[in-house]
Design a binder for this molecule. Structure first.
Ligand code: F6P
Length: 331
């Protein structure tokens, strides 16, 4: 175990994006860079997430390097899911490169896996790490929303609006599969936003029953088409439910649409740009206050510091009220 060199004054801050990209990550990079420089820090941009820290793909950023990026999807720093960073040898190389490049603290923009990596690294080497919640899945605790979630909700809603046109014309049931990894926020809330008939999400054990109720109601009596949002799942995705309905209710004409990676692209919404900007400024404020090993979140419109251990617990609840609302609204 290394003794920390980080008791000294922080002068240079590294920033990286890691894991699945999310719209708004660029706005976060911009905010971290500009807020850092405004407060007298130097900024080192690390490319390809933790891979870049291990392979020394690092260069200094000025305020101009983050010009004209707030509106762009993806991440200008590139991203990766680093297997090497999961090993002690990989983290050792990352630490050595931080020493080499004079990086005193790290801002990590990413989801659950990325912040878990930051937590382990921070504990192993006593490196001050600040996390920003960057994931379309919205599955980090302690923040009302994550960077990218709002844009992706809007993207899904627009796709479902289009699917609705053809579903109505052909009088079909569509199962639309959306991302979210193990979380149902995207499916549940896009179902409400798009006026879908049901959502099947991992957090709601009654999801499969919901499907039965919905079929049992005899959807064609009142509606000429239906749309069911389904959270991605290796075993029980949209295909599984479509096959079941085809088998059990052969009178229905069923189709599946898996939206896939288009959900991660596109220009960030105003909500995501503002969220990312506030969180980026919050990260630098946290460093100035001597905070370390926390994720910056926004709860009830206030910037909050969430210890990594709380942020990465995979138990952020989908509000029961939203499940009930969808049931009422889809009669
Ligand atoms: O975590 C973001 C996410 O888009 C999940 O919703 C999805 O399960 C996963 O990443 C897909 O990862 P990949 O782009 O590596 O296929």
């Amino acid at each position: 175990m290394y003794m920390s060199m980080f008791k000294r004054k922080i002068e240079c801050i590294g920033v990286l994006t890691s894991g699945g990209d999310a719209p708004g990550m660029n706005a976060a990079i911009r905010a971290v860079t500009r807020a850092a420089i405004a407060n007298g820090f130097r900024v080192m941009a690390v490319y390809r997430g933790y891979e870049g820290l291990i392979n020394n793909e690092i260069r200094e950023f000025s305020t101009e390097d983050v010009s004209n990026i707030i509106q762009r999807g993806g991440t200008i720093l590139k991203t990766a899911r680093s297997r090497d960073f999961e090993t002690p040898e990989g983290r050792r190389k990352a630490y050595d490169n931080m020493l080499l490049r004079g990086i005193d603290a790290l801002v990590v923009i990413g989801g659950n896996g990325s912040l878990t990596g930051a937590r382990i690294f921070a504990e192993e080497y006593d490196v001050p790490c600040i996390g920003l919640p960057g994931t379309i899945d919205n599955d980090l605790n302690g923040t009302d929303s994550t960077i990218g979630y709002d844009t992706t909700l809007n993207t899904i809603m627009e796709c479902v609006d289009k699917i609705r046109d053809t579903a109505t014309s052909h009088e079909r049931i569509f199962f639309v599969e959306v991302m979210g990894r193990d979380a149902g926020f995207l499916a549940q809330n896009s179902a409400i936003a798009a006026g879908a008939e049901a959502a099947i999400i991992p957090e709601d054990a009654t999801g499969a029953n919901q499907l039965e109720h919905f079929i049992g109601r005899g959807i064609r009596k009142s509606k000429n088409s239906s749309i069911v949002l389904v959270s991605e799942s290796p075993r029980c995705g949209a295909m599984y439910y479509a096959e079941r309905v085809k088998r059990e209710y052969p009178e229905y004409d069923v189709r599946v649409s898996i939206l896939g990676h288009l959900q991660r692209g596109g220009s960030p919404s105003a909500g995501d740009r503002i969220l990312a900007s506030r969180l980026g400024v919050g990260a630098i404020q946290a460093i100035l206050e001597g905070q370390r090993n926390v994720m910056i979140g926004i709860k009830n419109d206030e910037v909050v510091y969430v210890p990594f251990s709380n942020a990465i617990k995979s138990d952020k609840p989908v509000k029961k009220e939203l499940i009930d609302d969808l049931a009422v609204l889809s009669i």
